[in-house]
Design a protein. Structure first.
Length: 682
């Protein structure tokens, strides 16, 4: 009996009555049904707000990051359940690796973002605070806080797992519950992934809900605290973006749409260069991975006119070696499109594009995918078209066949190539293959105006390059114009997309309390116990130490120069120093730093394990021979660290350090980071 997919709404699975049949892309047989039961979207939205939001905010950034890491590990542990199902989408094992393990890797990446870049608690301070008055009693800063709403994620059919997880990870980390709506054609793989995530026990109640089928009136229930993110066609993005309710309520809408991405072979590359083959390999790979069903795939290959025939011949030869068919058959390198409907759409668009163009590869009557029952599958031959005058033909810059299809087009000079690239009206990614840094310096700024990402590919980068079509969690994914005008991923940038930025004004003491981070000018606590003698859980933001004084002598400068080897004239040449802007010899900046450490460090063994870095270091004023310095050390920020096996519990403390002279003028400023033990249990 064919299984019926279920939606996961308000903590329960809904759907027993079969509705629409979903066919295997490989052989056309029905493998799943959607469910006929209607979803109560008022309940789904309310459950996310009232249950999911509070459950997520009962954890802080660090704890949610730990959950993401554990969830990534759980999915990897059970990945074969997903691989088994993924075959029906037409994906090969390599295609599914990008989707399944790439999605799990995104969870790991955002776990690292949370651990390394976000604080404990649920408030992010975007400092530094700035003085707004002359007496130091009034200041302003910015904070980021969870929005208190719901993230509705509407995903495309091509990456049923990665598409879910690359949106889920940053919103979960930001403390925002999600309602995910995958494209129906491949929703069975998304449903399997959500079942695994739910089985893990790591998801707080209401943090993730799944919609199989349409979104009904869900969008009409959203308000300004909510967010909609969309991946799919530019036409559907425009339709959703213009939803009157979303506009009236100012609901943020982020779109990542299919686009006519390009790759340019620079004029400095010849057929004898390694870069020439890199270009051919990249175009062929982007045509055949996921059967070309990637929003980042290369749709336009732009090459010097004098190399047009050589590129066409090498691409034809490479594509001829691609075996297309059932992914279960050994040797198959390219699978099927996601559905017969997708096959019809691609075939229609290829016919439209091919008017007046030459067919370099594909399109012949002899195309026969390998495997049993594949005649009813959704297979399409890799098809390379040739447009000899891309300035006269507008279709090649407007019509996208979302499959294994690309168009080759020549140019006469680099600026002409850049103009052809721009005629895509905004794309997610472009690749420039060149050997010449000067070519890259000229071309990349022009490409950047029309593309969300630019890959500069040469033999050096190729050793580790992840390729044209691979969005990375650390880098922005999105693009201007036709490609949607949105941004996803990009490390912590994506998390901030789901947070509300607010300006806060008040006294430094109040700002420190709100931001949970010491703000200069705020009240401090000075106690008899040295801050370095306290365990992590005993330290409080605002704990401070004002050190004794030290007068800088010429002997200090001479000794430091001998130790460091720094004999810069400002420290040793009396005549040259007198003629400089400072008018006298001054101490090394790093001597001031070292001397300050000597003033505030508590040397005996204790809870402080190590100093592992400095942030925001500035040498504000010179320190001359005879000046007297002292330091103020203040706990600025505390961040818990996930426990590690065989290591004692510990956290990171950021200390604000201000070094002043005898006139109480600031001479050096920085943050010092220390690892501090938590008090042992018992």
């Amino acid at each position: 009996m064919t299984p019926t997919l279920q939606s996961f709404i308000a903590g329960r699975w809904i759907g027993t009555t079969p509705a629409a049949a979903l066919a295997s892309a490989v052989d056309g047989r029905t493998v799943y049904h959607t469910h006929a039961e209607a979803i109560d979207f008022a309940e789904a939205w309310s459950y996310a707000r009232r249950t999911g939001g509070p459950a997520l905010l009962a954890l802080d950034f660090q704890q949610r990051a730990a959950r993401l890491k554990a969830l990534g590990a759980y999915l990897i542990q059970h990945k074969e359940r997903l691989y088994e199902i993924s075959r029906h989408t037409g994906a090969t094992r390599a295609d599914s690796w990008v989707d399944i393990e790439g999605g799990s890797g995104t969870l790991y990446a955002y776990a690292a973002v949370g651990t390394g870049e976000l604080p404990s608690g649920n408030v992010v301070h975007e400092g530094p605070a700035m003085a707004l008055g002359k007496k130091g009693g009034f200041a302003g800063t910015h904070i980021l806080v969870p929005r208190g709403g719901v993230a509705v994620h509407i995903n495309a059919f091509n990456f049923p797992v990665w598409g879910l997880l690359e949106k889920f990870a940053p919103s979960f980390l930001a403390g925002m519950p999600c309602i995910a709506k995958p494209a129906t054609a491949t929703s069975y793989l998304t449903e399997a992934a959500v079942r695994l995530m739910n089985e893990s026990g790591l998801l707080p109640a209401g943090s993730l809900q799944l919609v199989i089928g349409g979104t009904g009136d869900l969008l009409d229930r959203l308000d300004g605290q909510d967010i909609v993110t969309f991946t799919g066609s530019a036409d559907t993005a425009a339709k959703l973006r213009s939803n009157r309710h979303l506009i009236e309520r100012s609901v943020p809408f982020n779109a990542e749409a299919d686009s006519l991405n390009c790759a340019i072979l620079a004029p400095d590359v010849s057929p004898d260069d390694e870069e020439f083959d890199l270009f051919v390999k990249e175009v062929a790979r982007e045509m055949t991975v996921k059967a070309g069903q990637k929003c980042t795939a290369i749709r336009r290959a732009i090459v010097p006119r004098r190399h047009l025939d050589a590129v066409a011949e090498r691409l034809r030869a490479r594509l001829a070696k691609i075996t297309v068919g059932d992914p279960a058959v050994e040797g198959v390198k390219m699978g099927a499109l996601a559905s017969r409907a997708q096959l019809r759409d691609v075939s229609e668009r290829v016919a439209l594009l091919a008017r007046g163009l030459e067919i370099v590869s594909g399109g012949g009557a002899g195309f026969k995918p390998v495997g049993d029952g594949v005649a009813e599958g959704a297979f399409h031959a890799p098809t390379l078209l040739l447009c000899r005058d891309a300035f006269a033909n507008t279709d090649v810059h407007d019509v996208e066949a979302f499959g294994p299809v690309s168009t080759l087009m020549p140019y006469d000079d680099l600026d002409a190539a850049l103009e052809l690239a721009a005629r895509g009206k905004g794309s997610l990614v472009s690749t420039l293959v060149t050997r010449d840094p000067h070519v890259a310096a000229h071309a990349v700024p022009a490409l950047a105006a029309f593309h969300g990402r630019v890959l500069v590919l040469d033999r050096e980068a190729a050793v580790e390059s992840t390729g044209h079509g691979s969005p990375l969690p650390q880098l922005k994914h999105g693009g201007p114009g036709r490609s949607g005008g949105g941004e996803e991923l990009g490390g912590v940038r994506a998390v901030k997309h789901y947070l509300q930025r607010t300006a806060v004004q008040g006294s430094p003491t109040m700002l420190a309390a709100v931001a949970r981070e010491y703000v200069r000018g705020a009240k401090v606590r000075e106690e008899a116990v040295h801050p370095f003698r306290k365990y992590f859980d005993e330290i409080e933001v605002g704990d401070s130490l004002l050190t004794h004084r030290r007068t800088v002598s010429e002997a200090d400068i001479v000794a430091f120069g001998g130790i460091s080897g720094d004999y810069f004239y400002m420290h040793f040449d009396e005549i040259a120093a007198r003629e400089s802007a400072f008018g006298q010899r001054i101490a090394h900046g790093y001597f001031v730093l070292s001397a300050a450490a000597g003033l505030f460090v508590s040397p005996a063994p204790g809870p402080v394990l190590a100093n592992y870095g400095l942030d925001t270091l500035r040498f504000v004023k010179p320190v001359a021979i005879g000046d007297t310095i002292r330091a103020r050390l203040t706990c600025k920020r505390k961040t818990t660290r996930p426990p590690k096996k065989d290591q004692p519990a510990q956290g990171v403390v950021a200390w604000d350090v201000q070094v002043t002279n005898q006139l109480d003028e600031l001479v050096a400023s920085y943050d010092i980071l220390t690892l501090v033990l938590e008090r042992p249990a018992g």
